[in-house]
Design a protein around this ligand. Sequence first.
Ligand SMILES: [Fe+2]
Length: 199
Amino acid sequence: MTNTRAPQSSSPASGLAHSTPGAVPVLPSWAAASEKRRGHIARVTALLDAWSDALSLSMAQRQAWHDAGRWHDALRDADEATLRANADDPARPLGMLHGSAAARWLARDGEQRTDVLDAVRWHTTGHVQWDQVGKALYMADFLEPGRPFMQADRAFLAHLVPLQFDAVFRQVVRLRLEWALREGKGFAPETVALWDAVR
Ligand SMILES: [Fe+2]
């Protein structure tokens, strides 16, 4: 892959915070995401847009939430060599590399919003120093309606986000930890630190 085009963060044609519901947001030219993945990205971004509306966020904030959603899995289906060559810590497990690789690529393309970059960078592990955009992306990634498990519970939590943002965030951290434990997966140090901070 070559890195030739900017991520078009503020282009009206590609990155408006209020896209057509269900439409797949425009991804950077270097994105590697399957059609199925693009459906997930569209649902995550639509959820973030809906929460932005409910919370009456400023235009800058809602654009930040929207961009974090549409970019977070831009490299989710990239090959291992690409991910290890671009991630901050290439020795990490493969599933943890796509966020940091995408953040680095976005930064190289000129993206300067550190909250957006940190949201994308840490979206698989969580991070204790996140502000709202990181937390919102972490919740939307888990609560988007296309995932097949716990659909009623997750829909209820998604509905609650604008009303009880921090309480739902804590619950999502807990649910994601419980799932990882059941699946026998290890925890990144950032995940353990996040749970210590919110429990
Ligand atoms: Fe995702």
